[in-house]
Design a protein around this ligand. Sequence first.
Ligand SMILES: Nc1ncnc2c1ncn2[C@@H]1O[C@H](COP(=O)(O)OP(=O)(O)OP(=O)(O)O)[C@@H](O)[C@H]1O
Length: 442
Amino acid sequence: MTAVETVSQFSGILAALEEPAAILSPDYKIIAANDAYIAHYKGSDAVVGHHCYEVSHHYDVPCDQAGESCPLRECQRTGRRQRVLHLHNTRHGEEHVDVEMIPITDNSGRVSCYLEKMQVVKEAAASPEEQGLVGRSPAFMAMLELVHRAAPSDISVLLLGESGTGKELVAQAIHQASRRKQMPFVTVECSGLSEALFESELFGHEKGAFTGAVSSKEGLVEAARGGTLFLDELGDVPLALQVKLLRLIETGTYRRVGSVTVHKADFRLVCATHKALPDMIEAGTFRKDLYYRVSAFPIPLPSLSQRGEDLALLVETLLKRIPEGSGYHLSARALEALAAYAFPGNIRELRNILERGMLLTDDNVIDIAHLPRECANRTEPLPTEQQFGCTVVPLHELESRYLAHLVSLYPRNKKQLAEQLGVSERTLYRKLTKADALMQKS
Ligand SMILES: Nc1ncnc2c1ncn2[C@@H]1O[C@H](COP(=O)(O)OP(=O)(O)OP(=O)(O)O)[C@@H](O)[C@H]1O
């Protein structure tokens, strides 16, 4: 089939698609594109005849030669449709885009071209935003791809990540991208609740069900009707309550405390934990059956230290979100210092560091001096040997060299030498033996 025939055959399909779509030749050339594609990428029909990677990435070479996975190349390799999440340059700036590549065969069964369909991923932004997830590092993109795939279905998602990695924000993003987005998103904080409190919080109670239940109250399961129920810190739910949770999930029904009426639940379940649930199962502190119910679609969240490329973007974003923060910025040296820090508290810790820095600075620049000592300590790079004016050697080696030099000056007077050095003669001999060994090594 010639290119002209291909265009006429597919122009109808392209026009019928609402999302940006194009037909690509095996050598990455855009043969035809729909209006949505043109509007999204260039705003003019000058896209036809250009390479897809030039238009969407502003690259000179195909994605796989620029360090990214190329769906067209994968399609050619496997002969099957491919989906991948890419960061594209669109008319709105950089956007996360779900790219779907479908091989098209001609009458002889040979793949003659490819249909490329784009869907802008709304769950996250690649530039600082007032709200929502931001990120562009490979670790973040891998997580976002899973979020984007899971969100539209009703599958139970288990978010696994250290404290402060954004589990609650991801849960909200899943809700926002789901068909339940118009309905409530309800968080259940599972840690620190007693058995009785947990049950009445979750299922509600009737008037007089227990001392203090002066009126009947709707529970969080009821409040989440039609929407998403987010169980945060699932690993903290005590064993006795896990069975009640399991019953809720298995039967899709619940009863208010003090009532015999069975209610039907209607929610999509998203759970989060920073604990290793399989280890807890081993230890007998988490039910295996509950684990399999909640972990149909696990999504690991990267720690901040795995998202080094996102640090500057997150700093800018958080400063936008902290009240009064948008007037402030971080000096290059301070950013460098933070880049070398491990962030055990992840993004929440970064936010705290910035808030503290804002209070400590006298102008609008947060500098090294305004960072906590544990971050700032790593900041001053050691002077080079040239700047020092001498070679930098480990202290124990310096001591050995010094002792060797002294002994060469006073070979017969070790007792006096030990006295002058403030050590016992025995210690001096021990140190000299070490020094000898070191000298022989070097
Ligand atoms: N990708 C992201 N983009 C922007 N802000 C983020 C992102 N991820 C997390 N944050 C911010 O980091 C902070 C911590 O996020 P969140 O509370 O969702 O973490 P968490 O993993 O649920 O923490 P914990 O386990 O302690 O409950 C919040 O201020 C949140 O807005």
